[in-house]
Design a protein around this ligand. Structure first.
Ligand code: NAD
Ligand SMILES: O=C(O)C(=O)C[C@@H](O)[C@H](O)[C@H](O)COP(=O)(O)O
Ligand code: ZN
Length: 366
């Protein structure tokens, strides 16, 4: 068995992300000292994985409780968070107790939010079971839930005490969910690591499945990018503080994506929405004279080669524009986009003209 890869996230409260297989034993040491009770927040589809972790932790002497939440985006609501708070209260969770999040990004976002808010913050160890959770959601401490008005509108920055990525879990993941995670991997390629794009383009078929032999390298490269960004700017304040683009870079493609997700009532996978959002913003940057034609086209090509969507024909433009106005990068009436000035050269585009925004939308409608 090969040794797991460890990526250190050198933030204010440093932690490790461990990548490998058969890693349940890594969770207990990450909980740290003084923990008595642990709540394992898992989505319904991950009941067996949750139970295996409960047994493992009980074997270490913890009072370990299973806390099942609804599948996928249905768990990211105030009602579900309130149910979790009630469960923690009922079990007598104190500040020295901890949460373990087991599932896709929706579950780790919720589990992180519950941990961030219970008693104003208890420890959380994240155990992502989707590609998207591993390369993005479980790392970096962005936690949150949705509201009727939009995506991730309530949340907190609350770093995990550790992240355990067991690649074996990916073999049961539906193909469409694996591919959805690749959209965030491609995002990392465009903002910071051209090798990711080369790896995918050299054999998209291999990149599309966990059996293709590319998973470990793509996961590791994506996490290294995210780890470096969040270590520098955990709370996404660099760009507004004059210190460069900071954490906002990780939001590349998300302005349009979140508006799409909201318009579709979260029936679209996050990664699929990000895929269209990446093409949208590449087109926006090209039309604004920031991005060259070849790199803009490359977005569409690489995403399509993976089977990801690059067009959208649901909601009308005013609905999407209204959704984009609630993006967290917006400031008052000013829309702000992360764009590229070339491959791996991210920057900001502030207040683009209405006709540019609409023209970019036209280019992602079939
Ligand atoms: N906090 C962040 O920084 C961050 C980053 C990116 C995305 N996100 C959030 O992550 C969410 C998307 O995450 P996701 O793509 O993982 O979706 P998800 O959590 O909805 O999971 C996708 C599906 O996969 C199933 N599943 C999970 N693991 C499985 C496994 N091992 N085997 C079989 N089925 C499994 C789930 O039951 C679900 O139906 C969105 O809410 C998005 O906003 C957050
Ligand atoms: O970690 C970040 O920062 C990101 O922006 C990563 C995104 O992939 C992720 O979808 C995030 O949840 C979006 O953040 P939001 O602040 O726009 O809700
Ligand atoms: Zn995302």
């Amino acid at each position: 068995m090969t040794a797991p890869v460890r990526i250190h996230v050198a933030s204010g409260r440093p932690y490790d992300v461990v990548i490998g297989t058969g890693l349940a034993h890594e969770i207990a040491p990450m909980l740290g000292t003084g923990v008595q009770r642990v709540a394992i927040v898992h989505q319904s589809a991950l009941a067996a994985a949750g139970e295996a972790i409960r047994k493992e932790l009980a074997g270490h002497g913890y009072e370990a409780h299973l806390l099942e939440v609804p599948d996928a985006e249905q768990s990211k609501t105030a009602e579900v968070a309130a149910r979790c708070w009630s469960a923690l209260g009922g079990w007598g969770f104190t500040r020295s107790d901890a949460v373990v999040g087991v599932g896709g990004g929706a579950t780790t976002d919720l589990a992180g939010f519950v941990a961030a808010t219970w008693l104003r913050g208890v420890r959380v160890v994240q155990v992502p079971t989707t590609l998207l959770g591993m390369v993005d959601a479980a790392v970096g401490g962005k936690t949150g839930i949705n509201t009727a008005e939009g995506k991730n509108l309530v949340g907190a920055f609350h770093e995990p005490a550790g992240v355990v990525c067991d690649l074996a879990t990916l073999h049961t993941l539906p193909a469409a969910d694996y591919v959805s995670g690749l959209a965030e991997v491609v995002k990392c390629g465009f903002i910071a690591d051209r090798v990711i794009l080369d790896l995918i383009e050299s054999d998209p078929g291999a990149a599309r499945t966990p059996e293709g032999g590319r998973t470990l390298e793509l996961v590791e490269r994506s996490i290294r990018i995210k780890a470096a960004v969040v270590a520098d700017d955990l709370t996404e304040t660099s760009a507004t503080g004059g210190g460069g683009i900071g954490r906002e870079v990780l939001n590349y493609g998300h302005t349009f994506a979140h508006a799409l997700e909201r318009a579709e009532h979260y029936r679209w996978r996050h990664g699929a929405a990000v895929s269209v959002g990446l093409v949208y913003v590449a087109e926006l940057a090209r039309r604004a004279g920031r991005l060259d034609e070849h790199t803009a086209r490359r977005h569409r090509d690489v995403l399509e080669s993976l089977g990801l969507p690059t067009s959208y024909s649901g909601a009308d433009w005013p609905t999407l524009l209204a959704g984009m106005r609630l993006d967290k990068k917006a400031r008052g009436d000013l829309l702000r986009f992360v764009v590229l000035d070339g491959l791996a050269k991210p920057g900001l585009l502030e207040g683009p003209d209405a006709d540019l925004l609409l023209a970019a939308y036209d280019s992602v409608t079939p």
